[in-house]
Design a protein around this ligand. Structure first.
Ligand code: SF4
Ligand code: SF4
Length: 442
């Protein structure tokens, strides 16, 4: 039974729908006492998961039950925010009679959906630095991934993605679109942009990536596309070049340590203290090497840059750069063995989502993006071969091949961790190259 689900999840090309794209068959083959369905969806304005839980609660719960069975978990928890009233109603009906599955209601704070924070909220346990939820006997899986697991059990691979299109668009909505749909197409589905000069944040205002390229595409992990005026302060902050940020830190960091005091990882008892890393950038300042390597524990949540820092600096950007450099040099952040406790002040330093939204200057975009699952026809999709963590997938089709939606188009290379990809539309393979397969829709 276990092997079956692992194989089906692998064959369906499922990767974590809410995060970095970790191949889900690996988690499905582990052993855990508890599975947490992550429905916290903490990025400000995000709502694709919420809509999914309202409309497809039964499918999400079926996926959770399958995963619990696969990992041998005796308990399943669906963690979502107290404010998601309609989703709570739908899920309560879906779990009725299932004694080993419960709902866990979270306060509305950021980053409630961070795996480390979520496991602490639900179980009171702290995952130590460099470890995974599994070290505490827990598997965390996003509700969108659980939806896909349930579909995989019926032999349906991942070809589509629920995505909310918000901000400066005429009709904000949550669509179910083929993987590989261009950003320009999803903006058109939402009635088009309301401003002439705009930028997009793919993936949420806190951790998402700014892009100006409408030919960028929806991948399996993307739940939100936020359209903002090009000169919105958040776009300016997120596109500030690293060297300029470092110059500003050298001249303007007051060492107030607010970035540390509000850092969710520091509050969990981890060693990360961003203000000390910022101090290390100062001229001639020599710090202990472990201050710098502690950047590996940074989640990139962005609270330091958007909420904590009174000087408008970005410790997050510096930490991400250090992380990337450490990874390039083969540094591995060793999992810490000594258990730690969350710091006492954590409870009082949870940042309310409403205040964060106001600080980000995004209050005016707070509106419902209703779920629209009507199929939209797209002319073309571009399917990236590395939407996941691991080795890029290897094409198994050739240019000119005629394929149907759901056909396997790229496979996991032998001996590597990876994910499979399937045609998200029926049509003809137009081009293979540049790390993607382009399909012209029939
Ligand atoms: S981005 Fe900033 S606040 Fe978030 S974990 Fe990293 S250092 Fe802490
Ligand atoms: S919050 Fe800003 S000014 Fe204060 S220590 Fe951190 S980076 Fe420096």
């Amino acid at each position: 039974m276990t092997t079956d689900l692992v194989t089906r999840v692998r064959d369906a090309g499922i990767i974590g729908a809410g995060g970095a794209g970790f191949p889900s068959h690996i988690k499905s083959g582990s052993k855990a006492e508890m599975v947490i369905a992550n429905g916290a969806e903490c990025e400000p304005l995000a709502q694709a998961d919420q809509q999914l839980m309202v409309k497809h609660a039964d499918t999400v719960i079926a996926g959770l039950a399958l995963l619990m069975d696969s990992v041998g978990a005796s308990k399943g928890i669906v963690a979502l925010k107290k404010k998601y009233k309609t989703a709570i109603d739908s899920l309560s009906m879906a779990i009725s009679g299932k004694e080993n599955i419960e709902l866990f209601l979270l306060r509305d704070f950021y980053p409630a959906g961070d795996e480390f924070v979520l496991v602490h909220e639900v179980t009171g346990r702290v995952i130590t630095e460099g470890n995974l939820p599994l070290s505490e006997g827990v598997v965390v899986q996003n509700v969108g991934t659980l939806f896909n697991i349930s579909e995989a059990e019926r032999g349906i691979p991942v070809t589509h993605r629920h995505i909310s299109v918000l901000g400066e668009v005429k009709h904000p909505a949550t669509f179910r679109v083929p993987v590989g749909t261009a950003f320009g197409d999803v903006i058109a589905m939402a009635g088009g942009a309301k401003v002439e000069e705009y930028a997009m944040i793919a993936g949420g205002p806190m951790m998402g990536r700014v892009t100006f390229d409408v030919s960028g595409t929806v991948n399996k992990t993307l739940g939100m596309l936020l359209v903002l005026p090009k000169n919105h302060p958040l776009i300016t902050l997120k596109t500030r070049p690293l060297q300029r940020n470092i110059r500003l830190i050298k001249s303007a960091c007051t060492q107030c340590s607010y970035c540390t005091e509000l850092c969710p990882r520091y509050l969990l008892g981890h060693s990360l203290q961003p203000h000390k890393i910022m101090r290390s950038l100062d001229y001639g300042n020599v710090v202990a090497p472990d201050v710098v390597t502690s950047a590996a524990a940074c989640s990139g949540c962005g609270l330091c840059e958007t909420y904590a820092c009174v000087q408008g600096l970005s410790p997050r950007q510096v930490n991400m750069e250090i992380r990337a450099e450490l990874a390039k040099r083969g540094y591995r952040h060793e999992p810490q063995k000594v258990k730690v406790k969350a710091r006492q002040e954590m409870e009082h330093r949870k940042v309310p989502s409403e205040r964060l939204l106001s600080r980000l200057g995004l209050e005016k975009y707070k509106e419902i993006a209703p779920l629209k699952e009507t199929p939209y026809s797209v002319r073309q999709v571009k399917i990236g071969l590395r939407q996941h963590i691991g080795a890029p997938a290897v094409p198994v089709v050739e240019e000119g091949d005629v394929i149907r939606q759901g056909d396997l188009i790229a496979d996991i290379p032998d001996g590597y961790m990876g994910a499979k990809y399937h045609a998200s539309v029926s049509g003809r393979v137009q081009r293979i190259g540049g790390g993607e397969i382009v399909i012209e829709a029939a």
